[in-house]
Design a protein around this ligand. Structure first.
Ligand SMILES: [Fe+2]
Length: 306
């Protein structure tokens, strides 16, 4: 297996290994897992991929998420990202599917709004538009290392609240259904995720984050905005241009990503599998003490917020 650097200090293409080999050969898995811990974004080119092979590969890394209510693929292990309607045609720009794609164009890490956040997401391209539709990544590990030491230390002991309704509300007030709101109450996570394998720390941030525990709401929002801007500074990203046969996986503990737009009339179909973080991935240190009490308090407050 060879690694070919792609991004500014993170993201590599892996050659000489297939997702099928990772699923069947423990040595191949170990090599890819080590690359994942080190480089945060991995690109496999020219893969033979369908739902089954993607899921088998993904399962090597941990337990697969079950897709939440309100998403295409709900109740399965697959998230279907597409703008193709039930009639097989590309939907209009104001259709719910199109609005959800716009929400996906906000910088985020997957599943920080869930009770169990994600270790990794695996994405394969099934239908690619002729232009646009790239996926752009930044390293929140490198972003953390750019921050001055004093603030770094403060963030390591700070906790942020993440809410799916918050990020979707930036696109359209009613994009989140009452059913989704009920299923996805806000979650509180430490703002720095320490990788237990190499000890490197990363900012844990996303467009889902709306408040910092113990900070006045406006001041917390201001700090979150500043951190988002710093983490996504110009010339720090890797933009992935999709080719047929590409499989891309990323470390949700150490990166943020966003979809890039493409011509609205063109079809795009992507399939994502998502693996939950577990104790060996450093999950336990992400939870605040007294989480239950704080969570219910903040949830009540968010319901009453203007
Ligand atoms: Fe995503």
């Amino acid at each position: 297996m060879d690694t070919i650097p792609l991004g500014p200090g993170f993201a590599v293409e892996l050659s000489g290994v297939t997702i099928a080999e990772v699923a069947s050969d423990p040595a191949a898995y170990s090599a890819v897992r080590a690359a994942f811990e080190e480089h945060s974004v991995l690109i496999f080119r020219d893969q033979v991929v369908d739902d089954e092979s993607q899921l088998t590969f993904s399962r090597c890394f941990g337990p697969p998420e079950v897709t939440k209510v309100g998403s295409q693929g709900t109740g399965t292990h697959f998230v279907i990202l597409s703008t193709i309607g039930e009639d097989g045609k590309v939907v209009l720009p104001d259709h719910r599917l199109a609005l959800r794609n716009r929400a996906n164009q906000l910088w985020h890490t997957d599943s920080s709004f869930k009770k169990v956040p994600a270790l990794t997401s695996v994405l394969s391209a099934r239908i690619i538009p002729a232009r646009g539709g790239e996926t752009e990544f930044v390293s929140t590990r490198l972003a953390f290392e750019r921050i001055e030491p004093e603030l770094r230390q403060k963030l390591e002991n700070s906790f942020a609240w993440h809410d799916y309704a918050h990020s979707r509300g930036q696109i359209a007030a009613d994009l989140v259904s009452p059913e989704e709101r009920a299923a996805l109450p806000p979650q509180c996570w430490r703002m720095v995720w320490k990788n237990p394998v190499n000890g490197r720390r990363a900012l844990y941030l996303a467009s889902h984050a709306y408040a910092i525990e113990g900070m006045e709401l406006t001041a917390g929002k201001k700090l979150l905005d500043e951190l988002m801007t710093a983490a996504t500074a110009p010339r720090t990203s890797y933009v992935h241009n999709w080719r047929s046969g590409d499989v891309v996986m990323w470390d949700n503990r150490a990166t943020m990503h966003r979809g890039r737009p493409w011509p609205a009339h063109e079809a795009r179909l992507m399939v994502r599998t998502t693996i939950s973080a577990t104790a060996v991935d450093g999950l336990d240190s992400m939870r605040p003490a007294l989480q239950q009490a704080a969570e219910s308090q903040r949830y009540e407050a968010s319901l009453n917020a203007p």
